[in-house]
Design a protein around this ligand. Sequence first.
Ligand code: PAF
Length: 282
Amino acid sequence: MKVIHRIAELRGALAELGGAGSSGAGVAALVPTMGNLHAGHLSLVAQARRSAAPVVATVFVNRLQFAPNEDFDSYPRTLAGDCALLREAGCDIVFAPSEAELYPEPQGYTVHAPTALGDILEGHFRPGFFVGVCTVVLKLFNVVQPRVAVFGKKDYQQLMVIRNMVRQLALPLEVQAGETSRADDGLALSSRNGYLTPAERAEAPALAQALQQLASQLRAGATDLAALESAAMDGLRQRGWAPDYLAVRRQSDLGPPQAGDARVVLAAARLGATRLIDNIEV
Ligand code: PAF
């Protein structure tokens, strides 16, 4: 496995492996990450391996997608450990650029998701988040020129925003969704779980449980979505959480569901200083 920090070197390595740069057409499978990897990321790498070769994982904590009050500075940078895990998972190339390499000048050109998708839910509570995500992901697509890119369903809205960007900008690659990996107690794996105190970690599965309960109510035929959402958020508040949202949406575009639509329940909530997100398809 090669660990590469420079764009020019990455392009050379991909060309040697018969990927982007030689024929112009991409062949690689890309797994973009911000590092501090866990089993969820490794399952995306395994999926990438089944889809295309070489497998390129990127490790880059993208300042553009963090608001000034968020955890950009404290986000764990664990490149050595990440590389050990990626090597074991069968990754071929790790691309870990510095900020100066990926953003050698202020990034004046940015990609904005349409407001109907980009400004709701995560986009509402984290203004600018999807601009940062779309911009870095498009840049990584341009650098790696993958044939396939794999994103986790835990970041459900992010996956949809990127899928739509790829479709609307006619980017020549397939976006694949990776299933959410969970701990035995149901907590969705996330790099931010590492911020939880032991007591918070014991409480954290309550978020997935609230989603499961609401999903069961929907499957049983409940129709008053506002009442269900509000009861679920109250339940979390009583346990000490500060929910940003807990919402039943249409799977296809995250709009309000109509009868017969496939649905997804999404939530974001703070437990102490840690903001967790999760979702479940119904
Ligand atoms: O999901 C993430 O880890 C990040 O948002 C991504 C896609 C790597 C872009 O920085």
